[in-house]
Each structure stands twice: as structure tokens, then as C-alpha cells.
Design a protein around this ligand. Structure first.
Ligand SMILES: Cc1ncc(C[n+]2csc(CCOP(=O)(O)OP(=O)(O)O)c2C)c(N)n1
Length: 937
């Protein structure tokens, strides 16, 4: 019984009398000499143990089973029933165009050596767990019944689910006839109206805005029915937030029919009339916009339903699937209460993510897998997302069979132990039942679920594309295929729910309603002028100067509390010693990076901003510098000092993340969008690996404000520095972030000192939730984490502020003498500081550290450089190769600052790799950079 996951009851009930006796004998043999027993019986014994005489078998079925006289037939029948449950989906009528061969070989009685007559002699109870359906009285009818459930318009895949109670729950849902439930007459009429709206919306756009791309939903019209049903379930369950992520296909239809962006606003987008004139007066719709804007099928919207449910469609770029983790992150934020100290309190019943995927994108894009992998982890779970593949069996011009190596587009999901339900998109009532089921499954088991909504694509990839050029056979079928509105209209007419005339009139009325909306849009467009969106004033400026110091007494108190572990708590000895040194660090001026960071976090929590930090090994920190969660050496219990300090008004969480960059960065970005007051931090294990998440930096974090007007204060910590660890553990590739800098879109910093980092974090926290907020990219150090020259003093934290530039102490004392001004950033400034020591003998030199690379601190630099009238040259020093690092970004600013002085570069030559591969060559190259920078002085 290779796939015997379904026969939940014992099979012994089918045997009695001589058959049972025979089985007993076989079982004894199995215990002594299993190889002499038939393989099928061995499997049965292994699964169900010793044959027993059961109550149920002794009465009603005795006659029938006694007549079968053939144990093998019984076993074959059990295998057949299980096969229908496991493989019925291969034969299910789920393809509207009927253009994919179905496979029923695994569920034919003959495959198991059974005839109809054999089946008719078997008891019905053999095929069911508990209740035998009323109209089923023998094995033949049982098989027919099971086939009608498992091979109709819905295909079920659940044999792969590990948990037996989940499988049983699904099986009883299916076999209780849940999916065969019919709608009331009113519900049917509502579905007809919905389908008529969906179809007419596309028709209207098609006819009115000829040649404009809209990525029509047609062929998958029931996607709207499906999502609408999920929304209804969410409302019935008193959810607060439903977060939808989806790509281009059908998005406009979902925007208007689910998120309730009014037709006027939709048509205004096509007619180039500002849609701002058509916002509903009741404030139910919120749409933010950026000043450079985006195409209409990337725009999101928020709908505040009267029921208290907020339905949000996330903004997304063209890049398929990348919005998935963003939406899940936002959902998590919507589930968390963060205004308490300690861990945030998560309530998964408050919010739900619904993620719509394309069939080609789902199986092709790796971020889908990354997102699934987050779903069950402590720091990232949301108690289950509902995934929908809007499966039109084609991706652009690529047919499904060229798109993947698996049978279904959905197969990846099975690896995550979740149910997959394939449903024919031409059957709206089946779709509704699937939606209800998915919601109930998620609520019951707190896990993801996947609905594979199978339809077709009525036009080309977009409406200007002619698909008959590349996919002629598919489109011969599509051309002949009636729309789902037409099919359903016919069905409800046949069922006597409405008349044919009603269906036709509804069609006309809805089209006329749309025409009326558009006529109004045209009129307003003629009367009113353009609606300019300006960059907000607060974004036009660099960050304002804000108070970030913390009184010394408060810092001392925090420090004590951080080190006050419970009496019986014993961290590992060496770590305990290291941490205890923090007791004196405030007095000795040796506050290292991790220590300054923890003090910053504590002070931020006391001011009321929640903090969430994630990354691979974020709790300890890649370089063992952080230790925000301590582990008892004897019993492994955990202690989080930041949960145990006084005066805290917000939650703190730090999670070691699964090993991914793209999904986690997207997730944290989404989290911060939803909880804008939370200091949300992602840390790369090494900054080098952050480019796995490049799409998140390029298409969301750096550009979202100007495209979509949405704000984020996400912090990215990217360990960086050339220290001889080879090409993939050296460079955060800061040049990438610098190249994306424009319009004050984010802050890029590279601090040389723990105190400055303290103020940088605190400044960021102070900006959260304000109009001025923007993301923060920090190249963080490795060797500087414990370097004495990078340590902070108590005064720096209690009296200082974030310094965008720092002048090298000990240099530039005699301004007339200074001839060379070095500008540099990050770790190399400490290398230089070590080389010049106290400045003795370096009268001709001044060094300025640029702690904030963007916005480039021009005003401060001008003011400093002006103090040195005899300076002949400005030298940019960096440790990265010339084609990398900040040099090329800085050059334009340097030329402006130079005012006739020479501008020179000192650093590694252009290199295709980021660094030398071995430590010795690194040392030589690094020493050369420093000696060249200081040569001829
Ligand atoms: C990451 C990425 N690669 C390529 C594209 C270009 N592209 C846009 S739609 C599309 C086909 C998508 O097919 P599918 O996922 O099945 O969705 P459908 O358009 O059929 O609904 C492609 C390749 C893209 N938008 N994003």
C-alpha cells in the first residue's frame, strides 16, 4: 500500500470468519518470517498491526465479506480508494480549455485487478473512515462516489501532509460533501453580477482605451470571486487587516472590485485625468502617490471597510513575486502589539496575507520558496498565508510545459507540507467553496495553503500582443471558449434562478454604468487642470538636527540593568567576563560597538519606539559582538536583557533569520511600512551577501517614496571592510547604494566610531513616523567593533550628536601649514589614524572622516576646507578598488569642493573582484594604500 495515507480506519473491519482466520495465520508468519508473506499484506501489517475482530465487522458486513472470499480483492479495493484520494487530481476536470491530458490510470479499478462486479460485492464501509454516505451501499457505488468528489472541478493534493489529523480533517471536509454545497438563489445572483462587472470592466477598457495595456483578468475572472470570498470570511472572523500582494495580471480588476477603487478613479488613470478628483467622500479609500509616479498596474490602495476590516493591495514593481515577502512582513506587523515591553504580542487572528502568483512566476522565481520557508519560523510566521496561483497556463509566450520541470506549477508548495487545491476557474461555485475551505484551513491549522486557480488567458500577454503568432493552437481553443459570465449565466438560467433576459439586461446595465462614470471623468478632466504631486518639503531637506544625547545617569542606570542577570542565570564563562567588563566601560571611555548599540536600543525603547532586528545570527551578531540574547550554560534557558530594563514603553524583538537575504529584506521592509514607528533593522551576515537582495534595494527601498509615496525608515546594517578575508567577506559594495542616491531617498553612513553609530541609530528612531523619515544604510565595521580608537566615551553619548564629518584629532592644528587634505570614510580612517598617531610630524596634513556619505555633507566640508588656505590637494583615500567604494560617487562633490586644488585618488587600482584572495597580499595592498596616502609629507 504505497500511498496508504487515507484509510484512516482499520481495514480489518472488512474481514471476518475464515478470512480473518487466514489473516491471523499470515500475521503469525509475518512475525516469524516476513519474507514468506505477500508484500501487500506485509505493508498492511506494518501499518495496522495485528488483525482484530472489530465490532462493526461482526454484524452487518459479515455476509458480504464472507462472500468475497478473496483477501487480495479487499486489499486491492483499499488501494484503489486510497489512490482516488491521492491521485484523483490528475484526472480532475480542472482545465477549462480541456487542453491538458488527464490521467486516470492510477484510479481505474482495472489497475488494481478489480472489476465492477468485484467492487459491487465489497462492503461500502471498507472505503470510508466513519460515515458511509446515505446513497452508497456497496463498493462499486463507493468508488463512483469517491471519483465524483475527487475528479470533478476541484483537484485535491494532501497526501503529502505529514500531520495525520490535518489529512483526516481535509478528507472529511471533502467526503462530507463540503465542496458540493450549492449557493442560495440570492448568492447565485450576486455571483452573476460580480462576474458581469468583472467582464464588463475589461470590455469597457478594451473598447474605450484601445491599445492601452491593462493585463486583463479575462480567463481568470473568478479570481475576483475567490478573493471576495476570502474577504467575506475575514470579515466574519472579525479580522482587522487583509494584505494582498499580486502582480499585473487582473490587478486593475482586483483594485476596483475588491479594493473598491471607484470606476471613476480607474478610468481617470487611463484617460490621463488626475484621479485625485474622484476619491470617495467618506474617506474609505487611501492611495498614496509619489512625485515621479508609476504605471497604473503597480499602484496599491487601502480600503477601509465599514466592518472594520482594512483591505490593502501592496504597491509593487514589475519584478514578479518580490512583493510576496513584503506583504507577509506587513501582515506580521499588523498582527503585533508593540506598545508593551518585552516581546511583541502577536495575534494571528487579526491579519491575513493573500498572495496572488502567476503560474510561470510561481514555479520560476526563487523568492517564492524563500517566502514559504519563512512561514513556519518564530520570527516570521503569520499563522498562514493564503496563496493563489492565477494560473493561465502560460507565461508571456512560454507555454506551461516549457516553464517548469514539475507537473503542476504549484508543486514546490508540497515540500512545505501544505494542501494544494486545484480548481477550474470556469466554475465560480467550486471556487467559492475552495475559498471558504482555504480560510478555514488557515484558521484551524495556522499554516499556509495554496489554491491553484486554473483558467486561461483570453488575449496576449498584454492587449497589444497577438498570441496567435506564437501560441496558435491554444488560441484556437480560447477563441471558441465562452466567458465564465456567459457560462454561469446559462447555468443560473437553466437552474431557473433568473431569466435569459435578466442576464442580458444586467450585462447592458453594468456597461452603461461604467460609461456614465467615464463620461463624468471626461467632463471633470475638461474642467479641471493637472494635479501636481510635489516632493514633500521634509524630504527636500537633509535630516534635521535632533537631540540624540542621553543623560549620563540614565545611561549608567540602563547599563546596570542590562548586566543584572537573574540570580541563577549563568551565561558561558568567557562571555560573562566580556559582558561584565561593560560595567567599567562607561567610566573608562571604552564603550565598544556592540555596547553602544545596546545602550542606543535601550534608550530608544524607553522613548517608546519598538525595535525589531533580524538577520542570520542577529542575536549574537556575526562577529560575536552583540549578544542580545544570552543562553544559560547549564540549562540553555534564554535571557534577553533588553526585555528587563525599567521605563520601557515598547517591545523588543531580535530573531535569527532563515538563510536568505531577498525575502528577509523584503519582509522587514514590509514590516516597517505597516509599523512605521518600529525601528526595523536587517543585518547582513556580511555586507557582501546583501546583493542577493538587490531587487529590494533597487525597486522598493530606494525608490518607493518617489514612485508610490510610501515611507520607510528601514535600517540596513552591512558589515564592511577590507581585512584579508577574501572577495566575499570584504565589501558591502557601498558603491551600489551610492549609485542609487537621489532626492534624499535614504541615508548612507559609514561610521568610524561607536559613539557616532549610537547617535545615528537614535537619530533614525527619532525620525520614524515623521514626514522626513527615510531608510538608513549603514556600512558597519568588523575589526573596529572592538578597536580602542573606535570606542565611545560616556560624554560622547550623553553630550554629543551624530557628526556627519569628523576631523582627525591632533591634525590641522596649524592651518597655514596644511597642504594635503585627505577625505576618507569608515575603517580606512582608523588605519590612517593609527599611522599618524598623535599627529606629530604631520603638520602638512589634515584628515576629514566622512561619516555620512549621503546626503554628502558639502556645507561642513566647505567650512572645514576653507580653514586651510594653503591646501594644495584634496586626496580621496579608500581601501576598495578604484571602480568600487565611494570614490566615483564622491568625485563630483570633490571637484566642487576643490576650487582649483588638485583632486587625487589613493586606493587600490581598478579590480574586477572586490579584494585580494589571501591575507598576505591583502596586507601588502592595504599597507600600500596607507603609505601612498601619507607619502611626501
Ligand atoms: C523578475 C521578472 N522577470 C521577468 C519579467 C517579465 N515578465 C512580465 S510578465 C511575464 C510572464 C509571467 O507569467 P506568469 O507568471 O504566468 O503570469 P501571467 O502574466 O501569465 O499572468 C514576464 C516574464 C518580470 N516582470 N519580472
Amino acid at each position: 500500500m504505497s500511498n496508504n495515507v487515507f484509510t484512516a480506519g482499520s481495514p480489518w473491519s472488512a474481514f471476518s470468519g475464515p478470512n480473518l482466520g487466514y489473516l491471523m495465520e499470515q500475521y503469525d508468519l509475518f512475525l516469524q518470517n516476513p519474507e514468506e508473506v505477500d508484500a501487500e499484506l506485509v505493508e498492511l501489517f506494518q501499518q495496522y498491526g495485528a488483525p482484530v475482530l472489530e465490532e462493526a465487522s461482526s454484524s452487518a458486513q459479515t455476509t458480504q465479506t464472507a462472500q468475497t472470499g478473496d483477501v487480495k480483492k479487499v486489499l486491492a479495493a483499499i488501494r484503489l480508494a486510497d489512490a482516488i484520494r491521492a491521485f484523483g487530481h490528475y484526472a480532475a476536470d480542472v482545465y477549462p480549455l480541456k487542453d491538458r491530458p488527464l490521467d486516470s490510470t492510477k484510479i481505474e479499478p482495472t489497475t488494481y485487478g478489480l472489476t465492477d462486479a468485484d467492487l459491487a460485492e465489497l462492503p461500502a464501509s471498507l472505503f470510508f473512515n466513519n460515515n458511509v454516505p446515505a446513497n452508497v451501499s456497496n463498493g462499486k457505488q463507493a468508488v463512483e462516489y469517491l471519483r465524483s468528489l475527487y475528479t470533478d472541478k476541484i483537484g485535491f493534493e494532501y497526501a503529502h501532509i505529514e500531520n495525520e489529523s490535518e489529512r483526516n480533517w481535509i478528507q472529511s471536509k471533502i467526503e462530507s460533501g463540503f465542496f458540493k454545497a450549492t449557493l442560495s438563489a440570492d448568492e447565485k445572483k450576486a455571483v452573476l453580477e460580480q462576474l458581469t462587472r468583472v467582464e464588463n470592466f475589461e470590455k469597457f477598457l478594451h473598447k474605450t482605451f484601445v491599445g492601452q495595456k491593462r493585463f486583463s483578468i479575462e480567463g481568470l475572472d473568478t479570481l475576483v470571486v475567490l478573493i471576495d470570498e476570502i474577504v467575506k470570511s475575514a470579515e466574519q472572523n472579525k479580522m482587522k487587516s487583509l494584505q494582498i500582494g499580486m502582480a499585473h495580471r487582473g490587478r486593475l480588476n482586483v483594485l476596483t472590485h475588491i479594493v473598491k477603487k471607484p470606476y471613476e478613479m480607474m478610468f481617470a488613470d487611463f484617460a490621463h485625468v488626475p484621479n485625485d478628483y474622484f476619491f470617495p467622500k467618506d474617506g474609505s479609500i487611501e492611495i498614496s502617490k509619489g512625485w515621479t509616479g508609476d504605471v497604473k498596474y503597480h499602484m496599491g490602495a487601502t480600503y477601509y471597510k465599514p466592518s472594520g476590516l482594512t483591505v490593502k493591495l501592496a504597491y509593487n514593481p514589475s519584478h514578479l513575486e518580490v512583493v510576496s515577502p513584503v506583504v507577509v512582513g506587513s501582515t506580521r506587523a499588523a498582527q503585533e502589539e508593540t506598545s508593551n515591553s518585552g516581546e511583541p504580542v502577536q495575534d494571528t487572528s487579526k491579519a491575513l496575507a493573500v498572495i496572488v502568483h502567476g503560474d510561470a512566476a510561481f514555479s520560476g522565481e526563487g523568492i517564492v520558496q524563500e517566502t514559504f520557508n519563512l512561514a513556519g519560523t518564530k520570527g516570521f510566521t503569520t499563522g498562514g498565508s493564503i496563496h493563489i496561483i492565477s494560473n493561465n497556463m502560460i507565461g508571456f509566450t512560454t507555454e506551461y510545459y516549457d516553464s517548469r520541470s514539475t507537473h503542476y506549477s504549484s508543486d514546490l508548495a508540497k515540500g512545505y507540507g501544505i494542501p494544494v487545491v486545484h480548481v477550474n476557474a470556469d466554475d465560480p461555485e467550486a471556487v467559492i467553496q475552495v475559498a471558504k475551505f482555504a480560510f478555514e484551513y488557515r484558521q484551524t491549522f495556522g499554516k499556509d495553503i495554496l489554491i491553484d486557480l486554473i483558467g486561461y488567458r483570453r488575449y496576449g500577454h498584454n492587449e497589444t500582443d497577438d498570441p496567435t503568432v506564437t501560441n496558435p493552437l491554444t488560441y484556437l481553443l480560447v477563441d471558441k471558449h465562452p466567458t465564465v459570465r456567459a457560462l454561469y449565466g446559462e447555468r443560473v438560467v437553466n437552474e431557473g434562478i433568473v431569466s435569459k433576459e435578466y442576464v442580458e439586461q444586467l450585462d447592458k446595465d453594468i456597461y452603461a454604468e461604467m460609461q456614465k462614470c467615464y463620461d463624468y471623468v471626461k467632463k471633470v478632466g475638461e474642467e479641471k487642470g493637472p494635479f501636481e504631486i510635489e516632493m514633500p518639503e521634509a524630504v527636500k531637506q537633509p535630516y534635521p538636527v535632533v537631540e540624540t544625547s542621553v543623560p549620563a545617569d540614565e545611561l549608567k542606570q540602563i547599563n546596570e540593568e542590562l548586566l543584572a542577570w537573574p540570580e541563577n542565570f549563568e551565561p558561558q564563562n568567557k562571555l560573562a567576563r566580556i559582558l561584565k567588563r561593560r560595567t567599567e566601560a562607561l567610566e573608562t571611555g571604552k564603550i565598544d560597538w556592540g555596547h553602544a548599540e545596546t545602550l542606543a536600543f535601550a534608550s530608544i525603547l524607553r522613548e517608546g519606539n519598538p525595535i525589531r532586528i533580524t538577520g542570520q545570527d542577529a542575536q549574537r551578531g556575526t562577529f560575536s559582538q552583540r549578544h542580545l540574547v544570552l543562553h544559560d550554560k547549564n540549562n540553555g534557558s534564554e535571557w534577553t536583557p533588553l526585555h528587563n530594563i525599567s521605563g520601557v514603553k515598547a517591545s523588543f524583538s531580535v530573531y535569527n533569520s532563515p538563510l536568505t537575504e531577498a525575502a528577509i529584506v523584503g519582509y522587514e521592509y514590509g514590516y516597517n511600512l505597516e509599523n512605521e514607528k518600529a525601528l526595523t533593522i536587517w543585518e547582513g551576515q556580511f555586507g557582501d551577501f546583501a546583493n542577493m537582495a538587490q531587487v529590494m534595494f533597487d525597486n522598493f527601498i530606494s525608490a518607493a517614496r518617489s514612485k508610490w509615496g510610501i515611507k520607510s525608515g528601514l535600517v540596513l546594517l552591512l558589515p564592511n571592510g577590507m581585512e584579508g578575508q577574501g572577495p566575499e567577506h570584504s565589501s558591502a559594495r557601498i558603491e551600489r547604494y551610492l549609485q542609487l542616491c537621489a532626492e534624499n531617498n535614504w541615508i548612507v553612513a559609514n561610521c568610524s566610531n561607536a559613539g557616532n553609530y549610537f547617535h545615528l541609530l537614535r537619530r533614525q528612531a527619532k525620525m520614524l513616523g515623521t514626514e522626513a523619515v527615510r531608510p538608513l544604510v549603514v556600512a558597519t565595521p568588523k575589526s573596529l567593533l572592538r578597536h580602542p580608537l573606535a570606542a565611545a566615551t560616556l560624554e560622547q553619548l550623553s553630550e554629543g550628536k551624530f557628526e556627519e564629518v569628523i576631523e582627525q584629532p591632533g591634525l590641522g592644528q596649524n592651518p597655514e601649514k596644511v597642504e594635503r587634505i585627505i577625505l576618507a570614510s569608515g575603517k580606512v580612517t582608523i588605519d590612517l589614524a593609527e599611522a599618524v598617531n598623535d599627529g606629530e610630524g604631520f603638520d602638512k596634513l589634515h584628515i576629514i572622516r566622512i561619516e555620512q556619505l549621503y546626503p554628502f555633507p558639502m556645507a561642513q566640508l566647505k567650512e572645514i576646507i576653507a580653514r586651510y588656505p594653503n591646501a594644495k590637494e584634496i586626496v580621496w583615500v579608500q581601501e576598495e578598488p578604484k571602480n568600487q567604494g565611494p570614490w566615483r560617487f564622491a568625485l563630483e562633490y570633490l571637484l566642487e569642493l576643490a576650487e582649483g586644488k588638485k583632486v587625487r585618488y589613493v586606493g587600490r587600482p581598478e579590480m574586477s573582484s572586490t579584494s585580494e584572495g589571501d591575507t598576505d597580499s591583502h596586507k601588502v595592498a592595504q599597507a600600500k594604500v596607507i603609505s601612498e596616502a601619507l607619502a611626501d609629507l
